[in-house]
Write a protein that binds this ligand. Structure first.
Ligand code: ZN
Length: 579
């Protein structure tokens, strides 16, 4: 099904528009299916973007797996047994009706709105007034104009205090709140056109009116096996034909609809499978396989990179949030407090360790420290089973936002899978001669989001240096992340310079360093092109090269040029890559 991207004025900060344009022009990221008008929230990585993302993933793998003895890798299938998602809770929420706010667009579980409202600031403030019998037209109007305006700007009461209060007074015969329950009272304060819409429920965030609930599917569902669910449905309905005809002949009842829905659901569920919404669950279902085959001792981790899929309601900010994305997750299994050997790290120390370790990973690869921070989750932000959560946040052009999450998931996942599968998922600890469930610390990063942060952070528009009139756009990517490490130019396309330059490209390639050859345009333009691609070094072969084997090497960030021997050039670049 096609969802053509609507053409509308962008709300992105200007720097994002420039970066998106650069990404397209230089072959980093393209809109998916662009020639067909694009597909919402789907992106394709071009040649340079592919290299960048591969480098990001390779750096993660190096830091998390190859440089450690206590973490091993996994590459699980994207489609897993549907019971995995039953155990994880993803499937329970699969068909939950969601209500979306007409004003701010946020969605909430429709059956939990009134519970969730208890955590909402504006709702609490109104509840306090109501419980203290302080509700009157005057008090409400003052509340709407001060506190309410800030806490719940889209509440009907705040948008139109006089009109809303007049309608409320009419309803209660002048007494406010009269005999209204608190729920009805809040619904009246939410509703602008009672006759047209009936009483409405409010948005937790902004007080706007929630629209009709609809089933919202977070997971992408597909079917496994040769029988098309439509055919399975038809076969079922053949059996129920008489019942259906009977139900249809009774006017004004919905029995026939219920029958159709029930049979349709059953037919679909026979073969339903889901694209994974996270990679983590495979690390839990394979816990014993990995632990036993690799004879791993606590504490140890299982790491995985791979695609995940979520039918997100809000997709925005370029590749920041999209429906198809690549995760880099690691589940670190550690001792519960009662079994932690003396002197070893406790679960909470591992949580702190991984929070810092991951933050430092981004800093080591060049993200500016002042743009990074660690934010601890409030209790109401965490999943019910989590003991602690930290977000590594980055200051994007649109504000601070999540870059990576580190969660202390306790032993919830292993126990859930044990319960649903009936298979033991414990660890045998020879030190205490006991079986128990380890605790889990999970640093969960995204390859796309990390690549985007590196692009944003590296993107700069530099004014012309003194004495010149030409500025430049540069991507200051860490050399290890840069798609191309080195560009080699012949100064002119003659006198053996192209041949000498190509020979240098070959030498670098043989050392496993990605180099590219460029002979088009004036040398200044070639430099600028490479700056925009984030290439850290450029080497120019000129007339002197044939005489003494020397070349000019130019560094991207400082634009400093040096004359060195070709053999040295390999060492200079290798050294920088090893930093
Ligand atoms: Zn809202």
């Amino acid at each position: 099904m096609a969802h053509p991207e609507k053409k509308k004025a962008s709300t992105e900060p200007e720097i994002m528009e420039k970066l998106v344009a650069l990404c397209k022009q230089r072959g980093f990221v393209f809109q998916s299916s662009e020639i067909y008008g694009g597909l919402k929230s789907c992106y394709d990585y071009g040649p340079l973007g592919t290299e960048l993302k591969r480098n990001v993933k390779a750096e993660w793998w190096r830091a998390m797996v190859h440089s450690r003895e206590d973490i091993v890798g996994l590459d699980a299938s994207i489609i897993m047994h549907p019971d995995v998602w039953r155990a994880s809770g993803h499937l329970a929420g699969f068909a939950d009706p969601m209500a979306t706010c007409a004003r701010c667009g946020k969605s909430f579980r429709a059956d939990h709105v009134w519970e969730l409202l208890l955590d909402s600031g504006w709702y609490q403030a109104l509840l306090e007034l109501y419980q203290n019998n302080e509700v009157s037209s005057l008090v409400l109007k003052r509340w709407a104009e001060q506190k309410g305006k800030k806490l719940a700007p889209n509440l009907a009461l705040c948008r139109d205090p006089d009109g809303t209060l007049a309608r409320l007074a009419e309803k209660t015969g002048g007494e406010i709140p009269g005999s209204l329950t608190f729920k009805e009272f809040v619904q009246h304060l939410t509703t602008e056109q009672l006759e047209r819409t009936g009483l409405q429920n409010p948005c937790l965030e902004c007080g706007g009116e929630l629209q009709e609930p609809r089933a919202f599917n977070l997971m992408f569902r597909t079917s496994l096996g040769p029988v098309d669910p439509i055919e399975a449905f038809i076969a079922r309905m053949r059996q129920k034909q008489a019942q259906l005809v009977g139900a249809c002949s009774t006017p004004n009842n919905t029995e026939w609809l219920d029958l159709l829905r029930q049979e349709c659901k059953a037919a679909v569920e026979e073969s339903a499978v889901y694209l994974r919404p996270e990679t983590a669950q495979a690390m839990f279902t394979n816990f014993s396989n990995v632990q036993q085959s690799m004879r791993m001792k606590l504490p140890f981790g299982i790491a995985q990179q791979g695609k995940s899929f979520r039918n997100e309601i809000t997709v925005k900010h370029f590749t920041f949030r999209s429906c198809e994305f690549e995760q880099m997750e690691m589940e670190f299994f550690c001792h519960p407090p009662e079994f932690t050997p003396p002197g070893a790290k406790t679960d909470m120390q591992w949580f702190e360790y991984w929070s810092n370790e991951r933050l430092n990973w981004y800093a080591r690869l060049g993200l500016r420290k002042e743009k990074l921070r660690l934010r601890a989750h409030e209790a109401n932000e965490m999943a019910h089973y989590a003991k602690a959560c930290n977000d590594i946040e980055y200051e994007y052009p649109w504000g601070w936002g999540e870059l990576e999450g580190i969660a202390h998931r306790t032993d919830y996942d292993l126990k859930q899978h044990e319960k649903h599968s009936g298979k033991k998922l414990t660890y045998f600890d020879p030190l205490v001669n006991k079986h128990y469930h380890p605790l889990v610390i999970e640093p969960a990063a995204g390859a796309d989001r990390a690549a985007l942060a590196f692009l944003i952070d590296g993107f700069a528009e530099e004014p012309p240096p003194p004495g010149t009139n030409e500025g430049r756009t540069v991507l200051r990517l860490h050399p290890r992340l840069a798609p191309v490490k080195l560009a080699v130019f012949p100064l002119v396309k003659k006198e053996g310079m192209p041949e000498a330059a190509r020979k240098i490209v070959d030498e670098f390639s043989q050392c496993g360093i990605k180099a590219s050859y460029d002979e088009k345009d004036a040398i200044g333009r070639r430099y600028r092109r490479q700056d925009e691609c984030g290439t850290p070094y450029c080497i120019t072969v000129d007339g002197q090269t044939a005489q003494d084997g020397s070349v000019t090497i130019r560094e991207r960030d400082s634009m400093k040029q040096e004359r060195i021997q070709v053999a040295e050039a390999v060492k200079v670049v290798q050294k920088r890559l090893a930093e």
